[in-house]
Structure formats: structure tokens, C-alpha cells
Write a protein that binds this ligand. Sequence first.
Ligand SMILES: *[C@@H]1O[C@H](CO)[C@@H](O)[C@H](O)[C@H]1NC(C)=O
Ligand SMILES: *[C@@H]1O[C@H](CO)[C@@H](O)[C@H](O)[C@H]1NC(C)=O
Ligand SMILES: *[C@@H]1O[C@H](CO)[C@@H](O)[C@H](O)[C@H]1NC(C)=O
Ligand SMILES: *[C@@H]1O[C@H](CO)[C@@H](O)[C@H](O)[C@H]1NC(C)=O
Ligand SMILES: *[C@@H]1O[C@H](CO)[C@@H](O)[C@H](O)[C@H]1NC(C)=O
Ligand SMILES: *[C@@H]1O[C@H](CO)[C@@H](O)[C@H](O)[C@H]1NC(C)=O
Ligand SMILES: *[C@@H]1O[C@H](CO)[C@@H](O)[C@H](O)[C@H]1NC(C)=O
Ligand SMILES: *[C@@H]1O[C@H](CO)[C@@H](O)[C@H](O)[C@H]1NC(C)=O
Ligand SMILES: *[C@@H]1O[C@H](CO)[C@@H](O)[C@H](O)[C@H]1NC(C)=O
Ligand SMILES: *[C@@H]1O[C@H](CO)[C@@H](O)[C@H](O)[C@H]1NC(C)=O
Ligand SMILES: *[C@@H]1O[C@H](CO)[C@@H](O)[C@H](O)[C@H]1NC(C)=O
Length: 538
Amino acid sequence: MDLFRLKSLLFLLFFIGRCRGKVILPEGPLDAVVGKSVTITTLLDKPQYVFIIWNYSDGTDQIHVATVSPTTLKVNAPYEGRVSLNATNGYLTLNSVKTEDSGDYSINVISADGDTKTAEIKLRVLEPVSDVVIKSNLTEAIEHNSTVVLTCSAKGSFLTFTWTNGTAPIVADGKRLTLKNEQTSSTLTIAGVLRSDLVGPICCTAANTLEKEKSAPFNLTVYYGPDEVTIKPPNPPQYIESDSNFNLTCSAPSSPPATYTWYHNKEPMEAAGEVLTLKIIKEHGFGKNVDEYTCRANNAKTKRTIPSPGVSFGVMEPITGAKITGPVATLIAGNSTANLSCQVTTGTVRTRVWLKDGKPLSANSRLVFADDLSSIMINPLQKEDNGVYQCQLNNPVTSIEASYKMVVNYGPEPATVTGESEVELDAKVTLTCSAVSIPPANFTWKFNGTMTAVKTSQYVIDKAVYSNSGTYTCEAHNAVTGKTSKPVTHTLAVKEEIEDGLSDGAIAGIVIGVLLALALAIGLIIYCRQKVPVESPY
Ligand SMILES: *[C@@H]1O[C@H](CO)[C@@H](O)[C@H](O)[C@H]1NC(C)=O
Ligand SMILES: *[C@@H]1O[C@H](CO)[C@@H](O)[C@H](O)[C@H]1NC(C)=O
Ligand SMILES: *[C@@H]1O[C@H](CO)[C@@H](O)[C@H](O)[C@H]1NC(C)=O
Ligand SMILES: *[C@@H]1O[C@H](CO)[C@@H](O)[C@H](O)[C@H]1NC(C)=O
Ligand SMILES: *[C@@H]1O[C@H](CO)[C@@H](O)[C@H](O)[C@H]1NC(C)=O
Ligand SMILES: *[C@@H]1O[C@H](CO)[C@@H](O)[C@H](O)[C@H]1NC(C)=O
Ligand SMILES: *[C@@H]1O[C@H](CO)[C@@H](O)[C@H](O)[C@H]1NC(C)=O
Ligand SMILES: *[C@@H]1O[C@H](CO)[C@@H](O)[C@H](O)[C@H]1NC(C)=O
Ligand SMILES: *[C@@H]1O[C@H](CO)[C@@H](O)[C@H](O)[C@H]1NC(C)=O
Ligand SMILES: *[C@@H]1O[C@H](CO)[C@@H](O)[C@H](O)[C@H]1NC(C)=O
Ligand SMILES: *[C@@H]1O[C@H](CO)[C@@H](O)[C@H](O)[C@H]1NC(C)=O
């Protein structure tokens, strides 16, 4: 305290002394770096002088440095070769500055009239800033657990340290981050280090008033995780098709990457790795039931193991090779029985639905379903049983259908004949006989009771003649059922020809008519002539 006061007093006195004359040196201290050069500038403005003398004092002895006159320069031996003094303005330049050059430099400006101006300035020679390095007391860190102590050390004098995180300066928060500065080092302590703390990049800068140097970016691996462990797909269907390439995939943010192990109903499986394939599940003999699967992620460095949520599913074989088998024999309505059986090659069938022509089939007096719905029996078959039978098969992973076309032969049903009844000569006549029948019926035609050669459903007469008039009889015959319809008859009349022009009778009629009309007209005229005088007033 006393010493400080004394210094202050001396400093004050020094200023009072200085104030008398003109100030000729700037205020110090002046800093220079070892090895570099420094120029001590003056505030002289075109001085008129005889000599300018620079002296150096290390605190005890005065040493002459150099003297210049407007014409000559004299450098003291120890400074020879590394000092220059500018005769115009009195600037003193020291090259290759050494630590020992630190001290007070005084200038004396002696004028021709004997007036002497004196001033002094302190020069500080600074060690250059170098070897700025960040070291960690750990080579690897565990997130949340590790306290990382980073030490930034540097060579140099009067050093100040700053830390940067990317471009932002790191500010101690006194809790997780603390900073402690010493003369040639600074320590940054990060408690409970986070993965994001050191990605910065973190750099340290050491500086003195003249120089600064930045460290190489620091990196330290902070191991973390596994964090939230997820399993994909998170909600698989209740049943997985056994021949699909279904996989469960486990993942978790982790450094180093986590290793995964799998569990079936909470019991460890001999399965490791991110992916659990359906193949492995089946190899373990699992999948017959709907079971729960989980994975656990482990980080070898953080020694943490985290389980995933569970997913549940079973494995089911798809239904394949669905087929309806039915009777191979020819079926005849009223006399045949059909068993339709719906079979599959593989897979477990959960539900079966029978349809006929797209509509659900139901039991009736002739149709019976097997207890397991695997077959149906129709006895006896009737014509309405013709159609396409479908069997729909389902299980949770498949939905397939098989179909069967059933042909029940029947008929012919009563036949009908359509066609003209009365035609003119030369007209075309088509008589059509029809009878519902499976397979289609064969027909025979009789004319006036005599068998004709026509065996088709249509009896065609290209140009009718009188002799085509008569009775046509059609019979339908089903070769499979062996049945023949009742004969149906149709009568055709071919009308007599009407001649072109007027007949003799018509001509005679017309002649008589004309004569009658003529006679009537003459009569009327005579009658009118006789009556006219009666109506006259004269
Ligand atoms: C400069 O130093 C020399 C000794 O080297 C000394 O004789 C002289 O008096 C000094 N001059 C001043 C102005 O202090
Ligand atoms: C000395 O200083 C003057 C004025 O500042 C300058 O013009 C001159 O070049 C300097 N001389 C040397 C030798 O540096
Ligand atoms: C690093 O420093 C922290 C905090 O001082 C300490 O807990 C830890 O043990 C140190 N680690 C090593 C390897 O010295
Ligand atoms: C560095 O910055 C990141 C964000 O940019 C921050 O999360 C992290 O905590 C910072 N690290 C330090 C040591 O301040
Ligand atoms: C740290 O950085 C250096 C150079 O940038 C690189 O070679 C090294 O692999 C890094 N180390 C880590 C642990 O990231
Ligand atoms: C499941 O994993 C196997 C083997 O890793 C791969 O070949 C297959 O493509 C994966 N399936 C799906 C759906 O990702
Ligand atoms: C991290 O800290 C927890 C408790 O704070 C401890 O149980 C765990 O073993 C530590 N992990 C490591 C790798 O040291
Ligand atoms: C039914 O079939 C039996 C034997 O196959 C046969 O004797 C009988 O005549 C048939 N009946 C009818 C209506 O087809
Ligand atoms: C149909 O199946 C039943 C029972 O399975 C059997 O008694 C019957 O003989 C079968 N009928 C035919 C036509 O195959
Ligand atoms: C019935 O007609 C078909 C062609 O429609 C023919 O193949 C079959 O032989 C005929 N049957 C008889 C008994 O005439
Ligand atoms: C067929 O019968 C009808 C009436 O029974 C008769 O008028 C007609 O002349 C007969 N036609 C032939 C060619 O026998």
C-alpha cells in the first residue's frame, strides 16, 4: 500500500516536471516482441538540434545507446548493427529485440542555444505467443457422467486467454462450465459433458497486446446413448405371412453404435443385430402364437442398456392351391347327386364361404353343408343347380377363391314353334322350334305326319308354294337325358295368287256403272229444264 502511494506520488511529480516543457515522447509503456523490431517514436516536429541522445536504463545503470547530430550518427558498441536513429525526427529503431531490452529509454534533445529537452519511455519486450494447445484430461468422455477438464497452455508473456465454441465465445456459467485463467494457461471445466458441448469446434486463443494465436480445433469424442430405442414396424399386423420377407428393425441414437439383442416374450433369443428376420423367428420355432418381441440396445462405452417397446404378432402360413373338386360323371337333373369339395394345398383355413353365381349359398332340402363347410352335397340335382360355385377361403394373411362350373343336364322342356301362319306364294317362311334343354336339344320336323330331313331348330322355306300348306310338327330331343318333348304342331297356309289388272267381272261392272250414271245425269237435266218456267214471275 505504502509502496503504491509512493509510486503514485513520484509519477505525479514526474508529470509536473514534464509539463514545464513540450511533451516529446508518447506515453508508455511500449510493447515489443522478442526477435521483432520496435521503433520508439518521438513527438518532435522538425526539431532544430545539435545532438539527440538516446540512453537506456535497466533500473540501475544508464547505458548510452546512440547519438545523432544532423550530420553524424554514433551507435554505442553493444547496439551496433541493430539500432538506427532517424536524424530527421529522432525515432529510435531497435531490431532483433531481446528480452534484456526491456527497460526505460530516455531521449535528450540538445539545441544550439544549450536548451535540453528530456523524456523517458518504458519498453516491454514480450515473449511471442506460441504453442497454444488444448489438452483434455480425458481421451474419451461419457455423456452426463464425465467431467472434462480442458487446459489451454501457451508460451509468451502477459497472456490472456479466450475460448470459442464455433464462432461464439464460451462464457462460464459457474455451474456446468467453469473457467480459470493462470499466467500461461487457462482451464475450462465441463461437468456432466453433453454430446453437443464439444462439436464447436472448440478453440482457445492466447494473446498479448501485440499478438494472438489460436489453438488447433479441439475434438474429443463424447460417447452417448443409446437413447430412445425404437422398433420398426411399431404396429405390425397380428399375423405375418410366413413366406414374406418381414423384418423387425431396432435402432437407437448411440455413439458408438449400439449392439442389439432380441427377446421373445421377455426371454432372450439367440439373435443379435439390428434386424430380426422372420427366418430367424421361424428357426427358433416361434410364431405359432401371437407373441411379444422386444430388442435391447447396448452401448459398450456408456455401458447403458435400453429396451425397446414390444411388438406382438404371430406367423401364419398363407392358403395356397385352393380348388373345388366335383363329380366327373355326366349329371342329369332329378337323377344325379353332386358332392363339391373345397380343398387347399397349404395353410390353415379360418373361414370358408360358399357362393353360387356370386350369391351366398344356403342349405335347403336338397343341399347339405359338411360340418366344417369343406364340402357340399346336392341330392338330387335339379336344373336350377346349374351355375358357377365359388368357395372363398380366408385366414389372417390370405383371402383366395376357387370356382367350379357345374353342368346339370335336363330337358327338353315343352317345345314351342313360332313363325308365320299365313303367307303368300313365294314368301320366305321360317318356323322356329325351341325347347329349353341342356345340352341343346336336337329337333325333328314332320310335315302332314311325314318325317322330314330337317334336323335343326329352324324349318326354312325359301319360296312358299301352295303345297307347303299343311301341318308342321316339331319334336325336341335331348341326347344326354334321353328325353323327347311332346310334339308341337303349327299350321301354315299359303294363300291363293291375286292376278295383276282388273278381272272381267270388274270391267263389266264398271261399264254398267258408267251407263247408269249417264242415264241418271240425262234424266236430271230434263227434269230441271221442265221446272225452270214455274219459278219465273212472268
Ligand atoms: C547517458 O549515459 C551515459 C553513460 O553511458 C552518461 O554518461 C550520460 O550522462 C547519460 N545521459 C543522460 C542524459 O542521462
Ligand atoms: C526519417 O523520417 C523521415 C520523416 O518521418 C522520413 O521521411 C525518412 O525517410 C526517415 N529516414 C529513414 C532513414 O528512415
Ligand atoms: C479429469 O478431471 C475430472 C475433474 O477434475 C476428474 O473427475 C477426472 O478424474 C479427471 N480424469 C482423469 C483421467 O484425470
Ligand atoms: C457450443 O455450442 C453448442 C451450440 O452451438 C452448445 O450446445 C454447446 O453447449 C456449446 N458448448 C459449450 C462448451 O459451451
Ligand atoms: C480430431 O480432429 C483431427 C483433425 O481435425 C482428426 O484427425 C481426428 O480424427 C479427430 N478426432 C476425433 C476423435 O474426432
Ligand atoms: C429383411 O432382411 C433381409 C436380410 O437382412 C433382407 O434381404 C430383406 O430385404 C429385408 N426385408 C425387408 C422388407 O426389409
Ligand atoms: C454413469 O453414472 C451413473 C450414475 O450417475 C452410473 O451408474 C454409471 O455406471 C456411470 N457410467 C459409467 C460408464 O461410468
Ligand atoms: C336314373 O339312373 C338310373 C341308373 O343310372 C336309371 O336306371 C334311371 O332310369 C334314371 N332315371 C332317370 C329319370 O333318368
Ligand atoms: C357324397 O358324399 C357323401 C358323404 O361324403 C357320400 O355318402 C356320397 O356317396 C357322395 N356322393 C357322391 C355322388 O360322390
Ligand atoms: C344332336 O345334335 C348334335 C349337334 O347339335 C349332334 O352332335 C348329335 O349327334 C345329335 N344327336 C342326335 C341323337 O341326333
Ligand atoms: C297337307 O294337309 C292339308 C290339310 O290337312 C292339305 O290341305 C294339304 O293338301 C296337304 N298337303 C300335302 C302336300 O299333302
